[in-house]
Each structure stands twice: as C-alpha cells, then as structure tokens.
Design a protein. Structure first.
Length: 94
C-alpha cells in the first residue's frame, strides 16, 4: 500500500510528464491556434469520463494565450472535452 506522500509524488510526476510532453497534434482546444498553455483536467469522478473502475483519468489539453484569458475557460474546456469523449457529433439511439 502506497503512502499518501508517495501517491502525491507519483501524481505530480504524471502531471509533470503530461505538461512537458509535446505532440505534433498539439493545438488550442478552443480555436485550433498555436498551443501555448498546457492544462491537465482531472475529473473528480474518473469513471464518468470513461476511466475503468479504480483508475484515475487525466486529460491533457492545450490552449493559446488568447483563449486562456477567457474568464470561463475552465468550463468551456470541460464542455469541449466532454463532447469529444462522448464521440462528438450526433449519437443515434436505435
Ligand atoms: Zn485559442
């Protein structure tokens, strides 16, 4: 069993790795512009966001400095991430 301190340490290591990595597809989540800020979204209930039970889901996203200035940027980013995770577009129920 891991101690709280070592769990905290490994979470920080994961976040640091996510922030420092660079992907060719990196672009602002909102406008598709140049990626300047990396955000990590950690849902309080990971399973709602598609994680298997007992696993924590981290979602990395990028923003440009202009979009980052929006006062409700966290809510906007969360809405887009939720939309993308649900498969986007129209879901048909048949
Ligand atoms: Zn942007």
């Amino acid at each position: 069993m891991k101690s709280d301190e070592s769990t905290k340490h490994s979470v920080m290591a994961i976040i640091q790795k996510l922030v420092l990595m660079s992907l060719p597809s990196d672009a602002c989540l909102l406008c598709g512009g140049k990626q300047e800020i990396v955000g990590i979204f950690m849902p309080t209930v990971s399973e709602v966001w598609g994680a298997p039970p007992g696993k924590v889901r981290y979602i990395r996203y990028c923003l440009c400095s202009e979009c980052y200035k929006m006062p409700d940027i966290t809510e906007r980013a969360e809405k887009i991430i939720r939309h993308e995770l649900s498969g986007g577009g129209i879901n048909y129920a048949e």
